[in-house]
Design a protein around this ligand. Structure first.
Ligand SMILES: Cc1cc2nc3c(=O)[nH]c(=O)nc-3n(C[C@H](O)[C@H](O)[C@H](O)COP(=O)(O)O)c2cc1C
Length: 189
């Protein structure tokens, strides 16, 4: 269904937060897969690194969890740069959500790992670390253990865009330490 253009900045922000919160449970939500961006040094030069990930759990106002392998670059680079951003886009609703904040490791990831089924666990049991050069496309898995890691993103700022034939809309806002919206305003798209 086509969205009418937002006329309240608060309603636009609440709509986006709610859509993200529901995305993991909605099979067809476009926000389920998104670009997570972190910073990494390559030969002492800092580069933004983007990759697609699955949105797993969303908390109040744009905080969320993703699942990954603890050996991936996004986890390793956390030691030196915890700043991260996330980019979501719904092509049907023409809504872009940009978030900026910090990423952190969730300490009790291992407890959660035990609740996954064997097929799900397999993804986090590759013998070689993700990104390692191999001789073949075939992946060798270990039968036990694993490198499962949950990462929590704490959003600090958001930037929302709605592209619309009746006029584009854009809102920027800040979140306080508890994740509540502390300020927001319309900005020129
Ligand atoms: C559609 C899609 C979804 C993906 N979801 C995840 C995910 O939820 N977690 C993850 O660690 N990697 C996921 N990947 C793989 C990442 O994009 C990336 O290749 C991998 O995490 C290694 O990234 P890094 O070494 O830069 O951290 C996904 C890839 C695609 C294409």
């Amino acid at each position: 269904m086509k969205l009418t253009p937002f006329t309240s900045a608060e309603e636009f922000a609440i709509y986006c937060a709610k859509s993200l919160k529901e995305a993991p449970k909605r099979r067809r939500s476009a926000f389920k897969y998104f670009s997570l961006n972190t910073l990494s040094s390559v030969n002492d030069v800092l580069y933004p690194q983007s990759r697609m990930v699955v949105l797993r759990e969303v908390f109040e106002n744009f905080d969320f969890n993703i699942y990954t392998d603890s050996r991936t670059e996004k986890v390793v680079s956390l030691e030196s740069h915890k700043e991260a951003s996330a980019l979501f886009y719904d092509p049907k609703k023409m809504i872009q959500i940009r978030l900026e904040g910090v990423l952190e490791k969730v300490e009790d990831s291992q407890n959660y790992f035990e609740s996954l089924n064997d097929q799900q666990k397999r993804d986090y049991r590759t013998k070689m670390a993700p990104g390692s050069q191999t001789d073949s496309f075939k992946t060798i898995h270990e039968s036990e253990g694993g490198y499962f890691q949950i990462l929590r993103f704490h959003a600090q700022r958001f930037d929302l865009v709605q592209l619309h034939s009746e006029g584009h809309r854009r809102v920027k806002g800040y979140l306080d330490i508890k994740g509540a919206i502390s300020s927001l305003c319309w900005v020129t798209p």
